[in-house]
Design a protein around this ligand. Structure first.
Ligand SMILES: Nc1ncnc2c1ncn2[C@@H]1O[C@H](COP(=O)(O)OP(=O)(O)OP(=O)(O)O)[C@@H](O)[C@H]1O
Length: 897
């Protein structure tokens, strides 16, 4: 990108970087009353079609009420023009949602999308009864304003559109959809239960500054978002161990409004919702829950590895070691093919009493052919060795250069490969020798000469004749799935909503809920994200969930949550993910006495986040919503990035370039999305990068900005640019230099990293030249062994404990207080979520807005997901310092010396 000539500048100036120098910078702390609150959320991107139809107020055509209002949505078909004839009733229902939405939009111009769905509940299927009835606000605003002239027309994506925010609507939804999360464990948060206070989850809540001030009624224009601050300031006294969660900004650029655009130019789709109550919130039990610190640490350490696919290899190695190699003595005058045919595989009368779980590949028989067969067999042999064996693994006969020791070496093999039984069977069936002779041949194993332990021949082979290779078919994959880049990892869906039993609610977003569930058949627990199709249509979030599925399905990384299944029913989409027992890193931070962690611990999390971002950037994804709330903690204590609905994939993403010498190889991740700019106004208020606020488009560099904010927050417990309100925060982000409190022992190196990441000019920001490689090179990470990140001891270990905090239950209690009837209704809705029938890819019409959402299951299931038990958990989580790390400083062994 032009202008990216940033001098790295962390050379000489970092000579003393590892000294813990105390600097006495003065901190511009956030105004009192707001320091424990997070920014407001905005939640709508400019609709491409809105721009298309931007000149018309009431002329929002059918096509303009699209399913893909996100600026990124460039390929969504115009479903509204698809016609109704021949539609399935299912799709007709969805279509009616759009049309209903259109109709509503036509009457209420540019109200937020949910308001446009007035009456949808009646036009939609009765199965969607869980959806809260929406009514258009009485004070529906006039038409949308023109686009901001500051936004270049030639941006890759469409510029943000100012969309009206209706505060009443917000309040209405807020009261209907979910109450604020109340984190008020008696022992922890005595003040949090004040009216209107408390920590609340604020996903996708678009409260634009001006709009807020207008509608709040209690605030001044100068403090337009005091709605939020009002509540948060009450709820977060100094005694409050928790603070309000950060909201996510997915909206038109409020800073434009702040700079003078009319209030109706602002968007307010997504409203804060507290966690829904759930009757059985308590009492999760996990067999694997550590019962002591020692066990916990040991267990966690193992589980850290187990979370990775590669661990399969370890398991196989164990299996391999448990079974010795088999060397079958075979008389040299007996053709190997006959010997094979003589094997008990072909003779069930000699069937074993046990079946080898990971049968071996037959190797070495080719050598027998070499020695004992004539040339006529050469071709056949060659073909067989290619397809069924590894010619390099020669039998002892071949290894000794003799043909007098014809033995078959049958090592165990990778589970992912073909079972050896199949190899044997295939080889046997390929042989044309008589079975009479074969049966007369001994199958005793006598490996004394080789010193190999042996098993009785019959114990090895399965009783039943194994299926032939030809009996095995390719995994079933729908036509749609086969077109996907991740198709090799997945097959057609193997489960459905009814395969799972709900255990408890883990969290809630603006269009769905995340449940801890147990798969009935396997007893494994997962996090099941259930998204309402109707809500997604209303909020124009179809494209986002498709992106989320794409990223989760594509990713295979230890620090990115694993997707096991995804599927859809008539009314919902489901993402079945790895359960991150530790919950949000945000919560872990909040449970710290100081709300922050030491520099060394921050380095741990920062390095894992950097690795995850690097991986995403390599795939061409820009994460765009990094914050502690979106970092989950695996039970091992390692991080797991989640919530990719704001991410975007760079168009025409390029292949990463490796630069540098053999000594220091660097992968240029920046090039993967070079030239790609998007102009969506997304992110989280306090984490938003200046270029996003300016609205001139942004790149993957926004992720490095957010990393700077994250590190700062980890160290100090608050974000650097937090203002008294949204406007102030944005102004601070644009104008203020980052400053550091003087009560913290943070190294100069660390501050330098933060400063470089928080460089306002994105073309000079750390990461602007080669992406993650720039960041990893910074002296702050000098001692980090990047390839051994998973082997680091995490600073905090989540444990399920009676003494822990049950966040979901707390919020459920709050919910019950506020709405008992609503609670019953929600129970009914949640019940429906688990009773629906899965829809296979091929059953979903091409015209269906969700036809691109694949119903699929991961091919190689990671069996490391937790097992549901009934012994020792109450669903409460505590974060215990990792004594391994602090006591022995063992983590240092993983740092370079
Ligand atoms: N894999 C998981 N393991 C444990 N908890 C999870 C998992 N995924 C999500 N959660 C919990 O559910 C909450 C909501 O999940 P998520 O953020 O993905 O939903 P969302 O609808 O995208 O929310 P938002 O609107 O904030 O983006 C999370 O904050 C977290 O507390």
């Amino acid at each position: 990108m032009a202008g990216h000539h940033h001098e790295h500048g962390h050379g000489n100036e970092h000579e003393h970087e590892h000294e813990q120098e105390r600097e006495h910078d003065y901190l511009q702390r956030p105004p009192s009353g707001s320091e424990r609150t997070r920014s407001i959320s905005f939640s709508k991107l400019l609709s491409r079609s809105w721009k298309r139809n931007g000149s018309s107020s009431n002329g929002v055509s059918v096509s303009s009420v699209n399913l893909n209002s996100d600026a990124e949505n460039s390929k969504e078909p115009d479903h509204n023009n698809s016609g109704s004839e021949g539609q399935s009733s299912r799709f007709s229902k969805l279509k009616s949602m759009f049309q209903s939405g259109n109709s509503s939009k036509n009457t209420s111009a540019h109200n937020s999308s949910q308001s446009s769905l007035e009456g949808d509940s009646t036009s939609s299927s009765s199965k969607l009864r869980y959806v809260k009835p929406m009514t258009a606000p009485a004070n529906a605003p006039p038409e949308s304003p023109p686009l901001s002239p500051t936004i270049p027309e030639n941006d890759v994506l469409q510029t943000p559109k100012m969309v009206h925010i209706d505060q009443h609507e917000h309040e209405r939804e807020h009261s209907q959809c979910g109450s604020p999360i109340m984190l008020s464990p008696p022992s922890l948060s005595p003040t949090i239960a004040k009216a209107g206070a408390g920590r609340r989850r604020s996903p996708s809540t678009p409260i634009m500054p001006s709009q807020n001030s207008k509608n709040n009624g209690s605030g001044s224009a100068a403090r337009p978002n005091n709605h939020r601050h009002h509540s948060s300031s009450q709820g977060f006294s100094s005694n409050n161990p928790f603070r309000e969660r950060t909201g996510t900004v997915r909206s038109s650029n409020p800073y434009f409004a702040y700079q003078g655009l009319p209030t109706h130019a602002l968007s307010s789709h997504d409203l804060d919702e507290g966690l829904q109550s759930y009757p059985n919130a308590g009492g999760i039990h996990f067999l694997s829950t550590p019962t002591s610190k020692t066990n916990s640490l040991t267990n966690n350490r193992n589980l850290s590895n187990l979370s990775l696919n590669e661990i399969k290899e370890n398991e196989e190695v164990q299996q391999f070691n448990s079974e010795d190699f088999f060397f079958h003595d075979i008389p040299k005058d007996v053709p190997l093919r006959d010997t094979l045919n003589d094997s008990p595989i072909r003779d069930s009368s000699k069937s074993p009493t046990t079946t080898q779980p990971f049968p071996s590949i037959v190797v070495g028989y080719g050598n027998q052919y070499d020695d004992d067969s004539d040339n006529d067999h050469d071709n056949e042999k060659e073909e067989r060795t290619k397809t069924k064996g590894k010619p390099r693994n020669l039998s002892p006969a071949k290894q000794n250069g003799k043909s007098t020791h014809p033995r078959i070496k049958i090592p165990l093999r990778r589970a992912a490969s073909e079972p050896n039984g199949l190899q044997l069977a295939s080889a046997a069936s390929a042989s044309s020798s008589s079975s009479t002779q074969k049966k007369s041949q001994p199958t005793d194993i006598n490996d004394k000469n080789l010193g190999q332990s042996v098993l009785p021949s019959n114990s090895f082979f399965p009783q039943e004749p194994p299926p032939k290779i030809s009996d095995f078919q390719e995994p079933r994959r729908s036509r749609r799935l086969r077109t996907k880049s991740f198709s090799n990892k997945f097959q057609d869906i193997m489960v459905g909503p009814q395969s799972f039993e709900k255990i408890r609610l883990l969290g809630q977003g603006d269009v769905g809920k995340v449940f801890l569930v147990r798969e009935k058949k396997t007893n494994r627990v997962y996090a099941l994200k259930v998204l309402s199709k109707e809500e997604m249509i209303k909020r124009n979030k179809i494209k986002r969930v498709l992106t989320e599925q794409e990223i989760l399905a594509t990713s295979n990384h230890p620090f990115i949550v694993t997707l096991y299944h995804s599927f859809q029913s008539e009314d919902y989409l489901y993402l079945c993910m790895e359960y991150c027992m530790g919950g949000e890193f945000f919560r872990a931070l909040q449970t710290r006495e100081t709300k922050c962690i030491c520099e060394d611990d921050a380095r741990f999390y920062a390095s894992e986040v950097t690795a995850a971002l690097e991986y995403l950037h390599l795939l061409g994804f820009i994460y765009r919503d990094l914050k502690p709330e979106n970092i989950l903690l695996h039970q091992s204590g390692h991080i797991m990035l989640s919530d990719f609905d704001l991410s975007i994939q760079a168009k025409d993403s390029k292949i990463p370039v490796v630069k540098g010498s053999a000594q220091s190889t660097l992968v240029d991740t920046k090039i993967c999305s070079d030239g790609f700019r998007t102009n969506s106004f997304v992110g989280t208020e306090e984490y938003i990068a200046p270029e996003v606020i300016r609205g001139n488009g942004h790149t993957a560099a926004v992720d490095w900005w957010t990393l700077g904010i994250l590190i700062y927050e980890m160290l100090f417990g608050f974000t650097p640019f937090k203002g008294d309100n949204t406007n102030e925060t944005f102004t601070n982000i644009l104008k203020n230099e980052v400053s550091f409190p003087n009560n913290n022992e943070i190294s100069r190196t660390c501050k330098d990293l933060i400063k470089k990441l928080l460089t306002k000019n994105e073309s000079k920001r750390l990461g602007c030249k080669m992406g993650a490689a720039d960041v990893k090179k910074h002296p702050f990470f000098k001692k980090v062994q990047w390839s051994l990140l998973r082997n680091q001891e995490p600073p905090l270990i989540p444990v399920l404990s009676e003494d822990g905090c049950d966040f979901a239950k707390l919020s459920s209690n709050k919910k019950r207080q506020t709405s008992e009837d609503g609670h019953k209704h929600l129970d009914e809705q949640e019940k429906n979520m688990f009773e629906e029938v899965v829809e296979y890819d091929d059953e979903v019409s091409e015209d269906d807005p969700f036809h691109d959402f694949n119903s699929m299951s991961l091919m190689e299931q990671d069996n490391n997901s937790m097992i549901y038990g009934n012994t020792n958990s109450y669903g409460k989580i505590a974060y215990t310092p990792n004594s391994n790390r602090s006591r022995s400083n063992s983590h240092r062994t993983f740092f370079k010396r």
